[in-house]
Design a protein around this ligand. Structure first.
Ligand SMILES: [Zn+2]
Length: 322
């Protein structure tokens, strides 16, 4: 070995070590987020009814070949989509691209971003109608929102100076009331609805894309239909209530027993459904305890699930990408 090589070797080792360290840090910050994959899951909102500034209302985007598909539209959905463009580099989620949406159920905090989704992308330049798929009642909700915002619609479509006048279809909605089974199919996805068990008519959805199968629960009691819909799927996105938070809310326990899923039940369900990745959303947690004293910490939630589920599980946070 030459003197030059002997001097260079420690230097090279240092460079290699730094490169490995940088890779480890990158992987730790965004596990799987930017994996080469056609289908990306972007968690736009992972919250629940409490007005949590860290977690918007439930909304999930599945992006396939630069085409976005949404599930649910809780409060903040359009701004979170724009945040995904700016902060995560997912250009497909430009608000004007939001055109195809599936709704799990019509509870207010899953749907109170609906006028946001109908009207703001139109104002920003969407030229085609929104296609919305959901349970019975979605047509009436859509008609009532059109009526509620008729002054805005008239002002924009009849005013010679309003730019929306040139694309009058951009605020329109084709609302499709669905039954269980395949509800949508195009070159990117096949979407299958399955019945869930909640306080009203409700559905979960399975997305089959060229490279991934993704199942999302919405609000539900544990059901065999969810297990069957996943059945070894790539990703299961499921709601949950911690036992700890339920213990603090005796007034909510009867409702939760009938219409939601505990950590213990989710662990049992996931053990049977065998997803390669379980993403928990709509959980009874708060990232800051002051937001909701009855909520659990993310650590407590993970402890409760991991105690009975040995698979890969993560707690979804707003703007996480999987
Ligand atoms: Zn609900």
């Amino acid at each position: 070995m030459s003197i030059r090589d002997a001097l260079c070797r420690p230097f090279k080792m240092l460079i290699v070590s730094l490169a490995v360290l940088a890779t480890l840090i990158a992987v730790h910050q965004q596990p799987e987020a930017y994996a080469a994959s056609h289908a990306q899951i972007v968690l736009l909102g992972t919250g629940s009814p409490p007005a949590d500034p860290d977690r918007s209302g439930p909304a999930t985007a599945i992006v396939v070949n630069d085409t976005p598909y949404l599930v649910d539209f809780g409060a903040g959905v359009v701004r979170r989509a724009k945040a995904a463009v700016l902060d995560r580099g997912i250009k497909a989620l430009e608000p004007t691209n939001l055109r195809v949406v599936f709704v799990t159920h019509l509870h207010s905090y899953y749907t109170d971003g609906y006028p946001d989704l109908i009207f703001i992308p139109w104002v920003l330049g969407r030229r085609v109608p929104l296609e919305v798929y959901g349970p019975r009642g979605i047509k009436a909700m859509t008609e009532h929102l059109m009526e509620a915002y008729s002054a805005d619609i008239e002002a924009r479509t009849n005013n010679p100076y309003a730019t929306q006048r040139d694309f009058p279809d951009g605020h329109k909605v084709n609302a499709h009331e669905i039954n269980a089974g395949v509800v949508y199919k195009d070159e990117n996805v096949t979407v299958t609805a399955f019945p869930t068990k909640h306080a009203m008519e409700s559905y979960g959805y399975r997305f089959d894309t060229p490279d991934r199968s993704i199942v999302i629960s919405g609000d539900t009691n544990p059901t065999q239909a969810t297990i069957d819909a996943c059945h070894g799927c790539d990703v299961l996105i499921h709601e949950v209530q911690t036992l700890e938070s339920l213990a603090k809310r005796p007034d909510f326990q009867a409702f939760a027993t009938h219409y939601h899923t505990t950590t213990r039940q989710l662990a049992e369900l996931a053990t049977k459904a065998k997803p390669r990745l379980l993403i928990i959303y709509h959980a009874s947690i708060a990232l800051r305890p002051a937001v909701n004293p009855q909520a659990s910490s993310p650590e407590e939630l993970l402890n409760e699930v991991a105690a009975h589920f040995s698979g890969h599980v993560v707690i979804g946070r707003d703007l996480d990408v999987y």
